[in-house]
Design a protein around this ligand. Structure first.
Ligand SMILES: Cc1cc2nc3c(=O)[nH]c(=O)nc-3n(C[C@H](O)[C@H](O)[C@H](O)COP(=O)(O)OP(=O)(O)OC[C@H]3O[C@@H](n4cnc5c(N)ncnc54)[C@H](O)[C@@H]3O)c2cc1C
Length: 312
């Protein structure tokens, strides 16, 4: 079973210009893959004295869709708390904030009015890391610092293992229910690296740790059933994400996803956005993390995964 995660597709921005790709990766990393970029971002923000900070969201599917907005809120909260004269421009490829659009919009407007500008339809056309400029379909932007996120693709190992095919759009080509690699039923890929699972508009499972965890369990279940000589039933994951939008007081939003099959046997998604930011959701976020860590690393897991009751 492979869970190779994602890699950045800088080629779609820079083609063969390695110098520009390397400069972007080194100076303006996005920290969306598992590596030292998280520390680089932390250090650069700690040293940020003020000015224009640009962040972009690439075309979907992207790892953890709501998290760049969460990141913007937390950086804005840091600016506000430490009286740093910084401003964040979010350049989003999408036409609107999604998921949890109204909740994020309210956070931007009510908590960070002077700190965050959101720009939709900002498809990236050119990135110049040397002169600190980015050109998008929604206009040009200069910056003092940036968090630049190239489009995402399946992690390198998925390519090396031959699981990415012509028809799978840069993601591992797996059966949408069993996660078996097409043409090799003994090999499974789970997590962010997998292809679209449905022809319905949502197409991809959200690329989240919660889904990766659930798919891992589903594959383990299938293997154990087969070893016992039984035919495994079809199981689908769920997804639950908490997004912190305020540090003082701690407040979070929430989005929940459930999956089943429609009459034609396609994977169907029901999404519930929890747009009201509350301290209770902030606390639930830590309970969720405690639950996942306990379950993963063999501690004592709470009996039930905490899930807030959805209110429309
Ligand atoms: C800022 C941010 C916020 C997020 N917030 C949330 C959240 O609130 N909730 C949530 O559920 N998810 C969240 N996510 C998403 C979550 O981190 C990913 O969806 C999850 O890590 C995907 O798991 P994965 O196993 O597919 O990939 P990964 O966790 O990336 O694991 C892949 C692993 O494979 C290793 N690897 C790759 N190639 C090789 C190789 N050749 N040899 C050996 N090892 C290799 C990598 O080093 C890595 O450790 C967030 C992500 C980010 C960046």
């Amino acid at each position: 079973m492979l869970a190779p995660g994602i890699r950045y597709n800088y080629e779609s921005w820079f083609s063969n210009d390695r110098a520009a790709a390397d400069a972007t990766r080194m100076r303006f990393p996005s920290a969306y893959a598992s590596n030292g970029e998280f520390l680089a971002i932390k250090r650069s923000l700690q040293g940020f004295q003020g000015g224009e900070l640009v962040m972009n969201l690439p075309p979907p599917p992207q790892r953890c869709p709501p998290s760049p907005y969460e990141r913007a809120c937390l950086i804005a909260w840091h600016f506000k708390t430490h009286k740093i004269k910084g401003h964040i421009t979010i350049l989003d490829h999408k036409p609107a904030i999604t998921p949890i659009g109204p909740g994020y919009r309210a956070a931007f407007d009510e908590l960070y009015k002077d700190y965050i500008t959101y720009v939709p339809n900002a498809h990236v056309q050119e990135v110049d890391p040397f002169n600190k400029r980015i050109r998008t379909a929604a206009g040009d932007q200069r910056f003092d610092h940036a968090i630049l996120m190239a489009p995402h693709k399946a992690g390198e190992l998925a390519w090396l293992a031959g699981t990415v095919t012509n028809g799978s759009d840069g993601w591992a080509d797996v059966d949408e229910v069993t996660m078996q690699v097409k043409g090799d039923e003994r090999t499974f890929v789970i997590g962010d690296a997998i292809r679209a699972v449905s022809p319905l508009p949502f197409r991809y499972y959200p690329k989240s740790a919660h889904v990766a965890n659930r798919l891992g369990r589903i594959v383990a279940y299938q293997i154990s059933e087969r070893l016992a000589g039984r035919a495994p039933e079809k199981r689908l994951p769920d997804n639950l994400c908490y997004m912190v939008v305020n540090g003082s007081p701690g407040q979070a939003l929430n989005v929940q996803f459930d999956y089943d099959f429609d009459a034609e046997g396609r994977v169907r998604q029901v999404q519930r956005d929890y747009n009201e930011r509350t301290p209770a959701l902030f606390r639930d976020d830590f309970r969720w993390a405690d639950f996942m860590f306990a379950e993963l690393f063999g501690g004592i897991a709470p009996p039930v995964l905490p899930r807030p009751a959805y209110r429309a």
